[in-house]
Write a protein that binds this ligand. Sequence first.
Ligand SMILES: Nc1ncnc2c1ncn2[C@@H]1O[C@H](COP(=O)(O)OS(=O)(=O)O)[C@@H](OP(=O)(O)O)[C@H]1O
Ligand SMILES: [Mg+2]
Ligand SMILES: [Mg+2]
Ligand SMILES: [Mg+2]
Length: 362
Amino acid sequence: MAANDSARLYAAETQVAIAAVRRACVLTASVFNKLVKQETLTKDDKSPVTVGDFSAQAVINTILGRTFPDDPIVGEEDAADLRVDSGKALRDRIVQLANETLTAELRPGEKEEWGLGPNHARTADQLLDAIDRGNYDGGPTGRIWTLDPIDGTKGFLRGEQYAVCLALLVDARVELGVIGCPNLPVTASNPFSTRGCIFFAVRGQGAYQLPLDNAFGGERTKLAIPSSTPETLNFLESVEKAHSKLSFNERVGEILGVTRAPTRMDSQAKYCALARGDGGVYLRMPVGSGYKEKIWDHAAGSILIEEAGGVISDGRGEPLDFGLGRLLGENYGIVASGKDVHEKVIAAIKQAKAEEEAQSRS
Ligand SMILES: Nc1ncnc2c1ncn2[C@@H]1O[C@H](COP(=O)(O)OS(=O)(=O)O)[C@@H](OP(=O)(O)O)[C@H]1O
Ligand SMILES: [Mg+2]
Ligand SMILES: [Mg+2]
Ligand SMILES: [Mg+2]
């Protein structure tokens, strides 16, 4: 970081969040190569969770608990399944992985007072309690961190894109977002370039990309979403068909005159790609299952888009409300894009929706 950064708002939070996300990314990338079948559980909502998700949440919450002990955390995972007898094997593995990560040698930019380095192993109880620091209900006031330790767990299991996502809300407004993408090439135009990027944005201070393997010493690249035309525009959309209505996206694309094929990518890596100009519109429309979006799936990505000069809203153009609790609640889909195309996308959604309603009446 530059010398004058300590004077900036949220400088300490930014440094800690980048360090915590970087450590969690090293953990998840290394665990992927060693995962065995018994290290994945299916949650009540039928979605997967792995030892990688639990131990990344343990690591990040441990660091936040030490550095900002009064700040509550809304995290995706909880430790209930690890506290029962049948969870012993998973629990042991998570304790081992989290401690390997927390006790790794300090890197430039990290401080031992954050509870990092060889002398800072935790007990199993401390790590389970750290995971459960993420049980906060959220709400409209105060400082609240929100964490998705592995966003795109299905992508992670496929060896494709996933992201470690951390954001700080202050009175329901996202002030800081950090996203680690261990499998994303550092050069947008070259899929064969080195993989592993960290993206971060602070309100009023811009959005940046850093190399994952040199987060504090490497060059930071300022991000700006370029303007686009129907010929250059494409959509960034979910891989999982149950997560967003891809047929609706296709119709919106036709209305806008989009000719390029969509890019399908798991996780908030989609927001990162958009922020660096690698894709034009993040479009996520509900499939009609009644699923409610979670704040940790969009908070960090939303500030990255805004600080890269873009706009994020729901499918009606309404702002996303991060102050309603753990759920985004009342949003109808999500649209993120450059400023020049956002209104056009909202108008195209309105038209596609009207067509759909007319069809269902006839
Ligand atoms: N039914 C349904 N509808 C919409 N969204 C859902 C649904 N189920 C899950 N999720 C959330 O989707 C998160 C992953 O989102 P992605 O955009 O990465 O989806 S996709 O994998 O690219 O299809 C995923 O995040 P993780 O659980 O962190 O992987 C979920 O929070
Ligand atoms: Mg999940
Ligand atoms: Mg997620
Ligand atoms: Mg997750």
